[in-house]
Design a protein around this ligand. Sequence first.
Ligand SMILES: Cc1cc2nc3c(=O)[nH]c(=O)nc-3n(C[C@H](O)[C@H](O)[C@H](O)COP(=O)(O)OP(=O)(O)OC[C@H]3O[C@@H](n4cnc5c(N)ncnc54)[C@H](O)[C@@H]3O)c2cc1C
Length: 464
Amino acid sequence: MTAFGDPVDAVIIGAGVVGCALARRFSLEGASVVVLERAPDILSGASKANSAILHTGFDAPPGSVELQCMQAGYDEYMQIRNGFNLPILETGAMVVAWDDSEEARLPELLDQALLNGVADALLLSRAEVLAREPALGSHVRAALLVPREVIIDPWSAPLAYATQAKAMGARFQFNAGLLSARFDGDLWHLETPTGTLTARSVINSAGIQGDSVERMLLGEAQFEIRPRKGQFVVFDKAAAKHLRTILLPVPTARTKGVVLTRTIFGNLLVGPTAEEQEERERPDVTRPELDMLIAKAVELVPALAQAQVTAVYAGLRPASEEKPYRVHSLPEKGYFCAGGIRSTGLTAALGIARHVHGLWAQSRTAGGERSAAPPTFLLPNLAEHLPRDWQTPGHDGIVCHCEMVTGREIEAALGSPLPPGDFGGLRRRTRCAMGRCQGFNCLARLTSLTEGRLSVPIAPEVDP
Ligand SMILES: Cc1cc2nc3c(=O)[nH]c(=O)nc-3n(C[C@H](O)[C@H](O)[C@H](O)COP(=O)(O)OP(=O)(O)OC[C@H]3O[C@@H](n4cnc5c(N)ncnc54)[C@H](O)[C@@H]3O)c2cc1C
């Protein structure tokens, strides 16, 4: 086994959106950081498949860590987004009531929004809802409007956090899942497939494996992950003209429910389901649930009966047996956990990172040196409503015609400071093969452009 050198301040386990935000925050505060990720790239777990809504926290449990982290995360995203060229689609959201009982719940949701500091939330009458969204089913009754709920690019944001962390010295180890760990009373010794690491503290942001990683580190876990699958249907871009606002259902205690929303990439999305399952690694899509989602979308916006489907996908929420986030620490062991980050982690990640860093800093006598002028850089824009690379000369040809991805974009991703480790990572960085043909037309070209440049090649080698 190779030793990676001197002990680092913190090893972060898992490079989902939370791990990427933690790496950035700890690096900004002057800590030395290594991120261990078992997959070939960042965003290989829950963070690759969500609804991409930046929430205001209007319906979060009042006074909760989740609410605090969501609102801190939302604010920080808005502060840093221009510096990184991170897009938003200013849609607002409506919690829509479709019957008497749902309509009766809207005033209490408004009260909760106001209690949570979302002062611009307001009730809309049926006429006001239809004036805003004329394509809605005529049985709509009323809505709660939350103007500051927006859509973001779910992948470029965490990529920006991770890239900035890397530029400040954070090391990312891919294909390096934690195998075992030992605390000697002072330092952690962490075994990975690529060697042994020593660290003063360990931060568990392993998502769906959060409880098993905690057990590996401490011998037992304070929480149990109960994977909750969410399936989605993506409609063609032509469908997006039917809707401006994010449509949310009146929530239940268990789930935010099925959402109908535009995506930053110009499509229309319906989902997710909320299905408990034992299996942690494979979020399969299933025909009855996809049919249910399409039927739901058509019920809300009847014109979608004519819409074509581009793609379907599913994600697994790292939910636990309790609703609250499972954020806790054992400072005497240098152990910190951001676990059970169920369904709001894209929004809350920057806030969670601040919160966990605060717990970590309290437990230490000496602090790191804060980065006065952190490095910043512009991420390529993939949002449909903003200028894309293909519109600028010198783009080296279109590789993916469905999503208009250029040769220059593919090359920039492959040559970037944190290049993709696999095809999924390349797709998330560029949108290649994400469109109507799902790679049928561009896969051969992509295979040759990426040859020898992905740690997991597009076409795996077959032994003769
Ligand atoms: C269907 C769905 C819809 C959602 N919609 C929204 C939304 O609209 N807005 C919002 O704010 N949030 C949303 N979320 C929630 C958000 O996506 C999650 O809260 C967030 O992605 C959790 O991030 P994470 O970093 O904690 O976990 P993950 O992204 O799962 O990251 C954990 C990482 O740890 C790695 N790992 C696991 N075990 C090990 C090990 N032993 N060693 C090393 N690495 C390991 C995994 O490979 C993974 O990359 C949604 C989630 C889902 C599933």
